[in-house]
Structure formats: C-alpha cells, structure tokens
Design a protein. Sequence first.
Length: 256
Amino acid sequence: MTAEVLKSMEPQAAAVQERIRRIVEAVPGHEGMKTILRSVAENPGKMIRSRLMLLAAGEHGEAYRDELTATAAALEMIHSASLILDDMIDDSPLRRGMPTVQMQYGKPIALCSGDYLLTTAFRSLTDSGFTASAAELMDAVQAACDGEMIQHENRRNVRVSEQAYWDAVRGKTAYAFLTACRMACRITGRPAAEKQALEEYGLTVGMMFQLRDDLLDWTEEEKAAIFNEYASKEGNVVVGTVSRKNGDNYNVNLGR
C-alpha cells in the first residue's frame, strides 16, 4: 500500500474512526475506563489493518459498507487493546509519541483497560449480528498469543532459528493482516482464487511490516535506546537473513 493509496482512503478511515468513537461513548462502564478508552480512540495511528481490509473489499465494498465499517472498527480496537497489553510486557513509556496507558495509570489499570477494550470490540460485532467477523477475529487474537509464546520461549536464545522468528511474526502480527483480507473477501463474496491471493498478500505485508518494525528498533535513535534497555532485560532476538552471492543463507542475530 503506497502513501497515495492510504491517503485516498481517508473518507473510509474517518468513518471507521467515527464508528469507534460511537462505540466507546456507548460503553456503560466506569467513567474512568471511558476516559482511557477515549484517549486510545483519539490516537488511532495509521489504521493500516483496517485500511487494508477496506482496500481488499475493493469496488464490491459499497454494498456492504455497514458490516465492513463495523468489522474494521472492531479490528482496530482489538489492535489497540493488544498494544496496551504489549506495552505492559515491554514496559514501554511511549506509544505513538504519547505516554502509554501503563505509564500513565499503572499496569493493573492498563490490564483492565486492554481487556475492556477487547471485549467491547467483540460485543460491538455480536450486538450488530456480525458473528462471523467476531469468530475470525478470535482466531487472530489466539494466533497473536501463540506468536507471543514462541517469542517468549526464545528469550535470550542467541541461536534462535529463522523459522522460529517467522513463526512468531506470523502469529503476533501477520495473521491479523491476513484476517483483514479474509474478512473483506467473505463479506463481499469474492471468488476463492481472489480470496487466496489477497490472504497471501495480507500475510506477506504483515510479515514485512513486523520485520521493518524490528529493524527500526536498531536504527531509530530514540526507539533504539528504549529497545536496548528492554532487550537487555528480556533478551528477545531478531533473526535477519543475509543472502550470499552463491544463494546460501545464514542467520545474523540482530537483537530482540
């Protein structure tokens, strides 16, 4: 997805963000919880996963706009919930240039707000009758947990294999991109061949997205400083693959 394509989708992205805002405002829970959820909703990031989903829907999407928007909103809310919980694991002070929930309110409140946002996302789908999307997003959450477990198992493992790295990336990041395309194809009734191609595309984009993010841990000065402190404690390792001229590959341990 180029910057031009992302920019062309601003109206659809704005509709998704407005949907999230309405869902958060309708939450019947503790007012303090709503305050936290509002702050998360008002700082959505690039919304790449939902934009990918709407892009995969293509010209067929207009007839299914309500379900697509509702599903994209839930996808973004689940992603935001995962970031809240991920920041707890990483003990991150900043997210998108702002203090993280765990930094502002402490880990117990961050845990509650992440869980609350997660359940709110699923309830928004089931209350709207979009249960198939809820089921597919449950699969994505489970895949993310599996990926985190693989990463956790390889802490301080300087000989972690390339396959283990990609298995972790596929679960914790790339499967959500695949799911975004899968849901768009199901909702709009795309043919099986198109569905398979778009799922493969989503998976590949997700893998490269996480690889780039891991590499930026080493190249962005401010991020590298935070990452190096975390890596020294947690010992997660990034595995890079370098291709030799003769076609052989070997692993280079980059960190994380």
